[in-house]
Write a protein that binds this ligand. Structure first.
Ligand SMILES: *[C@@H]1O[C@H](CO)[C@@H](O)[C@H](O)[C@H]1NC(C)=O
Ligand SMILES: *[C@@H]1O[C@H](CO)[C@@H](O)[C@H](O)[C@H]1NC(C)=O
Ligand SMILES: *[C@@H]1O[C@H](CO)[C@@H](O)[C@H](O)[C@H]1NC(C)=O
Ligand SMILES: *[C@@H]1O[C@H](CO)[C@@H](O)[C@H](O)[C@H]1NC(C)=O
Ligand SMILES: *[C@@H]1O[C@H](CO)[C@@H](O)[C@H](O)[C@H]1NC(C)=O
Ligand SMILES: *[C@@H]1O[C@H](CO)[C@@H](O)[C@H](O)[C@H]1NC(C)=O
Ligand SMILES: *[C@@H]1O[C@H](CO)[C@@H](O)[C@H](O)[C@H]1NC(C)=O
Ligand SMILES: [Ca+2]
Ligand SMILES: [Ca+2]
Length: 447
């Protein structure tokens, strides 16, 4: 009895709902007097098939081409081999003695016929595309058009057209992106400005070409990362303020404000006084933009300041976070802060902080005895200077404080001193007068 072997190829479609009969084993394996039982000896680890004594092979349950394919990765994607062995059922024959059974068993081994059945599971479009690419991506704003942002990828385990995927980007609104239908390359197609829109949620569909086709939809979040593309902007750009010259140190002058619509350090604004204050009479708070008096002011020294205030963003600070010194230096030269400037005029207002002073004190005048000088006894005119400005210096008044007020008189507004009566040198050769000059704001001096 020779061993016979044969191969058959069966085509099986995967149907979702039915178990069905595959084929019959040909009758050449039957023996008239023998009872035949078929068993599947290998190739069916999953217990997917059963075989009946009439040779019918049947699926036990739903088959899945894709699952099988995964289990035999090196095999061709389309073929699964099931090995089915056919044996005579001798050992379990009825009424046989154990001795004859042993003998017959040996014969039976020889008679055992083995054949191979190749079962090819044909693909049906039962798998939908599955996205395997991440659903979040990020990119710098102002990235140039046509740059590939990401590769969108979906898998479909079906074969042929059933597994051939097309990618579709829904464009309900105009989006600055395009999606390659075949390659899944998501590209930039317009201007991306984080300040206008910081993220996009894209609706992407992957569809196979099966009949009917299956498709999967996913949402991809595209985050736009900030770039330092905006200057800080002063609003307003011109400021003016007035401060009394006796303002105490630390007194607030005014607050300037600037904003930068970028994000993080790119949008953090730092204020400084760029020029117009060499003496550092004022200071500005880096963060708040509050300008304060930093030194004693003096109207008479400087009455007007034209300051240039700068608002600068902190983009370059990002470079300082770099761990390596080389990286730091490289980035510091590459990253520039953006800035804006504003003009601040500070008017120092005068206060009456200066007393009139006699410019030529002490004065000396000679008078002839026994006469009253002409011009109503004119002796001398004194003058005091007041460093303040009008109205604080406008009217200096003069008074006689000590001395012979009955002999001399001073014109309060002109400072002219005149003699009321004639003098006698032999009685008194010298008179000393003490004068007071006073600015009028202070009030009236009563001698
Ligand atoms: C073979 O046997 C099975 C199970 O008894 C039966 O369903 C099937 O119809 C039979 N096939 C033939 C061709 O008789
Ligand atoms: C994506 O789909 C949602 C509804 O599922 C819709 O509200 C949204 O506008 C769509 N987005 C785009 C960019 O088409
Ligand atoms: C991305 O996938 C995660 C995890 O599956 C989910 O939680 C998240 O909502 C998804 N995001 C979008 C934009 O679909
Ligand atoms: C935006 O990108 C273009 C081209 O890539 C470049 O020339 C331009 O300087 C960038 N603008 C800013 C503000 O970075
Ligand atoms: C400044 O001078 C004015 C007028 O002399 C006075 O009223 C005010 O209190 C002074 N201010 C300070 C801070 O000294
Ligand atoms: C540090 O600087 C290097 C060189 O410019 C750069 O490639 C790297 O990304 C920087 N690292 C960080 C954390 O900023
Ligand atoms: C002071 O002098 C002015 C100008 O010469 C004169 O008009 C005025 O009358 C004088 N005042 C007195 C009190 O003499
Ligand atoms: Ca900025
Ligand atoms: Ca920006």
């Amino acid at each position: 009895m020779c061993s016979q072997s044969m191969k058959r190829k069966l085509e099986v479609y995967f149907y979702a709902l039915h178990t069905f009969i595959l084929s019959n084993i040909p009758p050449m394996f039957f023996r008239d007097n023998g009872r035949i039982e078929y068993t599947i000896t290998s190739g069916d680890d999953n217990n997917d098939f059963e075989i009946f004594s009439n040779g019918t092979i049947r699926t036990r349950h739903l088959l899945d081409r894709e699952t099988k394919t995964l289990r035999i990765p090196s095999a061709s994607r389309t073929q699964n081999v099931e090995k089915i062995k056919q044996t005579k059922h001798l050992l379990k024959g009825r009424g046989l003695t154990s001795s004859t059974r042993n003998k017959k068993a040996r014969n039976a081994q020889k008679d055992a016929q083995e054949f191979r059945v190749s079962i090819v599971l044909k693909d049906v479009n039962d798998e939908e595309p599955r996205f395997i690419s991440p659903n979040v991506t990020e990119m710098q704003e102002n990235i140039s058009t046509n740059t590939v942002v990401m590769v969108i990828k979906a898998n479909d385990r079906d074969e042929g057209r059933n597994g051939y995927i097309e990618y579709i980007l829904e464009q309900d609104q105009i989006l600055p992106f395009t999606l390659g239908a075949v390659d899944g390359l998501l590209r930039v197609a317009g201007k991306l400005d984080r300040e206008q829109r910081a993220s996009y949620t894209l609706n992407v569909t992957a569809r196979d070409r099966g009949e009917p086709s299956k498709s999967t939809r996913t949402q991809i979040l595209v985050k736009i990362l900030d770039e330092n593309d905006n200057n800080p902007i002063f609003d307003p750009k011109q400021y003016s303020a007035s401060v009394a010259e006796n303002a105490s140190i630390g007194a607030m002058v005014l607050q300037v404000s600037a904003t930068d619509i970028d994000e993080g350090a790119n949008g953090r604004v730092r204020f400084s006084i760029a020029s117009g204050d060499d003496n550092r009479d004022f200071s500005i708070s880096e963060d708040s933009g509050i300008v304060r008096v930093a030194k004693n002011l003096n109207y008479e020294r400087k009455s007007r300041y034209e300051l240039t205030i700068q608002a600068e963003d902190c983009a370059a600070d990002l470079a300082l976070a770099n761990e390596s010194i080389e990286g730091r230096n490289k980035l510091l030269t590459a990253i520039e802060n953006r800035y804006d400037i504003a003009e601040l005029t500070i008017i120092i207002s005068d206060i009456n902080d200066n007393s009139p002073t006699f410019l030529h004190s002490p004065y000396l005048a000679n008078v002839m005895e026994n006469v009253i000088p002409p011009n109503s006894g004119y002796v001398i005119q004194v003058e005091a200077y007041d460093a303040d400005t009008p109205p604080f210096n406008s009217l200096v008044r003069y008074f006689l404080k000590e001395g012979d007020t009955d002999l001399f008189r001073i014109n309060a507004s002109t400072g002219e001193i005149s003699l009321l009566r004639s003098l006698d040198r032999e009685t008194k050769a010298e008179y000393i007068l003490t004068l007071v000059a006073m600015d009028t704001v202070t009030g009236c001096y009563q001698p």
